[in-house]
Design a protein around this ligand. Structure first.
Ligand SMILES: Cc1cc2nc3c(=O)[nH]c(=O)nc-3n(C[C@H](O)[C@H](O)[C@H](O)COP(=O)(O)OP(=O)(O)OC[C@H]3O[C@@H](n4cnc5c(N)ncnc54)[C@H](O)[C@@H]3O)c2cc1C
Length: 287
């Protein structure tokens, strides 16, 4: 199948992009890396009249440290998560997750902003935004606003983005010496979307106890989800085998995977428990 014929606008500013989008009376799509949108166009799952290309918008480029927050422009490509020194130093969970996102050709074109704007519940980076307690910089009707990750993911492919809004950048709290983190996922084949995946980031006291920890799963629900009862049960505790077994028992009450002919909910819950155990072992043994 071929995409429906469409007009194309290459915007050079946020204002120009939004104006072009709104001029199409709702029949427009932004395009960043095109790695999700172009297949959707080809299958006619989406058939906008106008594509508004964000690729030349300078405000969406670059990675900069602003105080203790790392600002990652929405146009930062997946592959840059692996090569950008500021990301390795200040947002290492993104660097750990990046090799699991698709394949090199897709990582060379796909963007962080595109992935988080799309909010596929099986995607790695949106869940890492939750684990890292990131904030989304969004350009919309009232200018620019910041939305915490906890408020951003609302339902299946539904986020705090209103029609015409642009995800400009991601603001990630920089990790310090007391932080530990870990990422892992279970897939049938390398490069596939995960059956279950998760990222953990937290701070630890000198005696090894958890100060605070955030654990975000993906591929288990309509949105990426934090397991808050697990986080609460770990706060102030040393992570040992007994504590891991205890919190693995909390997973079932937290996650409610949908029926799926390929992977029954009970199997997905089992995989989530296994993954949680592995990740907690990793952060408990990190120094
Ligand atoms: C074969 C294959 C395998 C893949 N495997 C994985 C995987 O394992 N894990 C994974 O996470 N992803 C995977 N992907 C998706 C890939 O990571 C995409 O790059 C990503 O989901 C979207 O980023 P993009 O820049 O390509 O966005 P685009 O395709 O350009 O856009 C995606 C959507 O977001 C909107 N959009 C884009 N940018 C913005 C913005 N800044 N503000 C507002 N709206 C915006 C677009 O209108 C569109 O609706 C895979 C894709 C393919 C084709």
């Amino acid at each position: 199948m071929k995409a429906r014929a469409f007009s194309y606008v290459r915007a050079d500013s946020l204002a120009a992009a939004r104006a072009a989008f709104l001029a199409a009376s709702g029949d427009a799509s932004y395009i960043s890396g095109g790695q999700s949108l172009v297949p959707a166009l080809a299958l006619r799952l989406q058939a906008p009249e106008i594509l508004v290309d964000l690729g030349q918008v300078a405000d969406m480029r670059g990675v900069t440290l602003e105080g203790d927050m790392l600002r990652i422009g929405g146009l930062t490509r997946h592959a840059q998560m692996l090569t950008e020194p500021l990301i390795a130093r200040h947002a290492p969970l993104l660097a750990q997750a990046a090799p699991y996102v698709a394949h090199p050709a897709i990582r060379n074109r796909g963007t962080l902003g595109g992935s988080v704007a799309l909010a596929d519940p099986a995607s790695e980076f949106p869940a890492m935004m939750l684990a890292m307690n990131a904030q989304m910089e969004i350009y919309g009707a009232s200018g620019t606003r910041l939305v915490p990750a906890d408020d951003y993911f609302q339902d299946l492919y539904q986020t705090a983005l209103e029609p015409g809004d642009i995800l400009v950048a991601l603001h990630v709290p920089s990790v310090g010496p007391r932080h530990r983190w870990a990422f892992d996922e279970l897939t049938r084949r390398r490069g596939d979307y995960a059956m279950v995946g998760a990222g953990i980031q937290g701070t630890f006291a000198e005696d090894g106890r958890v100060n605070e920890i955030r654990i975000a799963f993906f591929s288990v629900a309509a949105t990426p989800v934090r397991v808050k009862s697990v986080e609460a049960a770990l706060a102030g505790q040393v992570i040992d085998a007994a504590r891991i077994a205890h919190v693995q028992g909390l997973i079932e009450a937290e996650l409610d995977p949908a029926e799926d002919e390929h992977l029954p909910p009970a199997m997905r819950l089992h995989l989530a428990r296994v993954l949680l155990g592995r990740l907690l072992q990793t952060v408990s043994s990190a120094t």
